[in-house]
Design a protein around this ligand. Structure first.
Ligand code: 4AD
Ligand code: MG
Length: 436
């Protein structure tokens, strides 16, 4: 008799199968019990009739508790018309094997009742079993799959970049220092600098991995460990990568809409908002963004960086992702290429997701001049020795190039319509959270 996954159940109508999983929920009414079984791939309503199974089986089923592990064997039946059950099929149970019965006195900590977020975060290792968290993490997987497919299908080579690094990429204030034998190392903030080297070797590259920021910010957008996908393209300009970002975001959203409808529904996501994500995305300069904010009564001066609330305000203005380009060089990282006409501006772009989600992508064109980079490294008080190899890229065939980075968790939060990034990653790491 086949052991199957709930997701495959429709192929087994009329057959006897075994499903292995955990008790999701149970209802009973005297002579009939409806345990709902969860196996990670779906939910299955099972049915035990008092007259149809041995008395001991019926009694043990009645005593089942939430999340007890079990194996059920029975006949697969289409749910009769007029009745509903998850997935449209149910199992007429012939036998039941309990793996572990969780005692009623020490029940599974997460029950269908409301729990506080801190409690749930402490129970994250168990919380991920619940249907909402399951839906979010399935969508996360779909997004990651789409990210890889997008670049793979367009001739990009995936080239992995290191996690232990000798220096900062995105500002020395958010570096995590780790002991590295007799010296200090830092957890990478971005694979970009290495991407620039690999772009010279492969033309179009991307890296995708965990990145780290010792952010002392306790906001709904910040994690200390997050996953970033970073494409880098040799000979590309700012304009080229804005077009790439636009095509990329559109593709990822489409793939999620195609493959994860039911999960979006579980999250009660308004998909009409996602269906509007089509090129062209609005593009405004930093100066225009400042004017827009000022016209909304925000007290912000040209030259200031945007805060979280500014980004929220800007991204609420449009129903598509907003591309803000040409920020003042002084608020951006050391490696930005200056605008040839206005040297104080950087050839960079931030993409702000709609519905107030704010920045999901940061990128731009990279400085190609050796002298400029040397000066910038000094101005930013970066240790020159750690950048020797990076400067080599400007000595041995320097070339214009551009790229960007998208934080996966910010993208998941937006696509899923979540309040906070803490639910977008299986085990979040934040200012006050290192466990479980
Ligand atoms: O804007 P950032 O800092 O850009 C870079 O790191 C560039 N080196 C990328 C590149 O051009 N290759 O970060 C890029 C993205 C942000 O837009 C955001 O989505 C995400 O990374 N991000 C974070 N996500 C969660 N928590 C944090 N603390 C994040 N910091 C950045
Ligand atoms: Mg940024």
């Amino acid at each position: 008799m086949p052991c199957i996954y709930v997701s495959e159940i429709s192929q087994y109508e009329g057959q006897e199968v075994t499903v292995r999983g955990w008790l999701y929920n149970i209802r009973s009414s005297g002579k009939i019990i409806f345990p709902i079984v969860r196996d990670g791939t779906g939910l299955l309503q099972t049915i035990l009739l008092k007259n149809a199974v041995p008395a001991d089986v019926f009694e043990s089923a009645k005593a089942l508790t939430q999340e007890s592990s079990l194996e059920v064997t029975g006949l697969v039946r289409k749910v009769p018309e007029g009745k509903t059950a998850p997935g449209g099929f149910e199992l007429d149970v012939r036998s039941l094997k309990i793996g572990q019965l969780i005692p009623a006195g020490n029940p599974f900590p997460i029950t269908p009742k409301e729990h506080g977020v801190e409690f749930l975060m402490d129970q994250r290792h168990l919380w991920i079993r619940s249907s909402r968290q399951h839906a979010i993490l399935k969508i996360r997987h779909e997004i990651i799959r789409a990210v890889r497919a997008f670049f793979d299908d367009r001739g990009f080579t995936l080239v992995d970049t290191p996690i232990f690094t000798p220096a900062a990429c995105e500002g020395a204030t958010t570096l995590f220092e780790v002991g590295y034998f007799d010296e200090k190392a830092y957890l990478t903030q971005s694979g970009q600098l290495y991407n620039e080297a690999t772009a010279a070797a492969f033309g179009k590259v991307y890296c995708f991995g965990p990145t780290f920021r010792a952010e002392k910010s306790k906001t709904r957008r910040h994690l200390t460990e997050f996953w970033m996908v970073e494409p880098e393209v040799a000979y590309a300009t700012l304009d080229d990568i804005m077009c790439l970002a636009e095509e990329f975001i559109t593709y990822v959203v489409k793939k999620v809409l195609e493959s994860r409808r039911s999960e979006l529904q579980t999250l009660e996501r308004d998909v009409s908002k996602l269906e509007k994500i089509e090129p062209p995305f609005p593009r405004i300069s930093y100066d225009e963004a400042i004017q827009l904010l000022q016209s909304k009564g925000v007290s912000i001066e040209g030259g200031d960086d945007f805060g979280g609330t500014d980004e929220t305000l800007l991204s609420q203005e449009y129903d598509r992702p907003l591309m803000v380009h040409h920020y003042p060089a002084q608020v951006k990282a050391f490696y930005m290429e200056p605008d040839p006409v206005r040297q104080d501006l950087a050839l960079c772009v931030d993409v702000l997701a709609p519905e107030g989600y704010g920045e999901i992508i940061g990128g731009g064109q990279r400085a190609a001049s050796l002298d400029l980079l040397k000066r910038r490294i000094e101005e930013h008080h970066l240790p020159p020795a750690a950048f020797d190899w990076y400067l080599d890229l400007r000595k041995y065939g320097t070339f214009p190039h551009a790229g960007f980075g998208m934080g996966i968790e910010r993208a998941v939060a937006w696509i899923c319509g979540l309040e906070h990034v803490r639910e977008t990653i299986p085990f979040p790491r934040m200012l006050y959270r290192l466990r479980p």
